[in-house]
Design a binder for this molecule. Structure first.
Ligand code: GLU
Length: 424
């Protein structure tokens, strides 16, 4: 179907276009009501804030921050907070859209949102980051709330960031509001299992796919792009399960060892030195080379559009488990599928994070906390169920995995929008 847009909105960037292209494939396939489809191509609201803070050197700097809510048909908006030097409104909008589909796919009563600040957190002191986070929280205050929009962590933010958001919001309200943010430290209302949730979820679904494809995880070769909260945890658990993690990387490049890397030692090293190849545990490898390694399981757990038309023909894994959001472009999707690579799409593979964020929010609202075992069992249950639903859709509609997963998520949102109707 040919679509005409009246004019390009501010968030119209390549990543946003990629998200819309994925949506349009599904919209055609589901033969969506054109009015609802039109609404879903754009976010409900996109907030830009300028955040002035005093730097340690006494000078003032102004950073640009964002909070985008894509859709709230199923419940309060939910999504992470990204601190990265290259983000823009378009990327945050695409990420918010992916959160809508993700929450719906795995059956959470939540909408989709994303926020962030264009900054390089690696170059900022703890004091600067605290001032930045507190002022950002104050600037987006009208938009957020435990019944409204609940920030969580993402690339460049962590438990401490979430604690500052929670404290700043609570100070404005006048009492403690733990349900305002998720991914908090456990002692102020965080959930057990949240810090490892995304990586653990990647492993649960990957193990299920390996079982179906008859890939023995014992000795299976794994390459992981990204050694942050998602990539490190996935690599660590797979290593514990007997996989041979042959390569990992971070933004500065990676390290390769065909015999397998000791993930715990490498993690210890990476706390002191960000250049992984200086660890002497293996050979230096670039991020692009890592993606092209021959392996059983490839986990892109860094940034978007890493696997694209340029390198898709060179990807040699059997399972592609998308720990990152949007690591594969639609062009690459087609090439990989034609080549028989099993893609576990991002909205399923990395949904463990937001699933446990949902558990955290529920626990905060009811002031009653669950055991970690219970949490991980519930997580696994939701993920395997969502995976099975995707497989049923794949077969029934004869579509590839991503389209099937998106069809399930998008259909749930569309049904909710249709039954709720258009206000006023
Ligand atoms: N940043 C995570 C994601 O992309 C989770 C965000 C959250 O917990 O709200 O799914």
């Amino acid at each position: 179907m040919v679509r005409e847009r009246r004019e390009k909105p501010e968030y119209h960037t390549p990543i946003y276009e990629m998200a819309v292209r994925q949506f349009d494939i599904v919209s055609d396939r589901l033969d969506l009501d054109p009015n609802v489809a039109e609404r879903l191509r754009s976010p409900k609201c996109a907030f830009i804030v300028n955040i002035p803070i005093k730097m340690d050197n006494g000078r003032l700097s102004v950073f640009q921050g964002y909070r985008v809510q894509h859709n709230i048909a199923l419940g309060p908006a939910k999504g992470g907070t990204r601190y990265h030097q290259d983000i823009n409104l378009g990327e945050i909008t695409a990420l918010a859209m992916w959160m809508s589909w993700k929450c719906a796919l795995v059956g959470l009563p939540l909408g989709g949102a994303k926020g962030g600040i264009r900054c390089n957190p690696r170059e900022m002191s703890r004091g600067e980051l605290q001032r930045l986070t507190r002022r950002y929280t104050t600037e987006i205050f009208p938009l957020i709330g435990p019944e409204r929009d609940i920030p969580g962590p993402d690339v460049g933010t962590d438990e401490q960031t979430m604690a500052w958001i929670m404290d700043t919001y609570s100070m404005q309200i006048g009492y403690s509001v733990p349900g305002i943010a998720t991914g908090k430290p456990v002692n102020i209302g965080g959930s057990l299992g949240r810090s490892e949730a995304t990586g653990r979820g990647v492993v649960y679904v990957t193990s299920e796919v390996a079982r179906i494809l008859n890939i023995n995880l014992d000795g299976a070769e794994v390459a992981v792009q990204g050694f942050g909260n998602v990539g490190y945890v996935a690599a660590k658990i797979l290593h514990e399960m007997g996989c041979r993690v042959i390569a990992v990387s971070n933004s500065l490049g990676g390290v390769f060892n065909k015999k397998g890397l000791d993930i715990n030692k490498l993690h210890e090293f990476s706390k002191k030195n960000h250049i992984l190849s200086e660890s002497k545990y293996g050979d230096r490898i670039t991020n692009l080379e890592l993606l092209e390694l021959e392996c059983d399981i490839l986990i892109p757990a860094a940034l978007s559009a890493q696997i694209n038309g340029d390198n898709a023909t060179k990807i040699k894994c059997r399972i592609l488990a998308e720990g990152a959001n949007g690591p594969t472009t639609p062009e690459a999707d087609q090439i990989l599928t034609d080549r028989g690579i099993f893609i576990i799409p991002d909205i399923l593979a990395n949904s463990g994070g937001v699933i446990i964020s949902y558990f955290e929010w529920v626990q905060d609202l009811q002031n009653f906390f669950w055991k970690e075992k219970e949490i991980n069992e519930k997580l696994k249950d939701i993920l395997i169920n969502a995976f099975n639903n995707m497989m049923i859709m794949t077969k029934k509609e004869k579509v590839e995995n991503r389209t099937a997963a998106l069809m399930i998520g998008i259909k749930k949102i569309v049904d909710a929008m249709l039954i709720r109707g258009l206000y006023p």
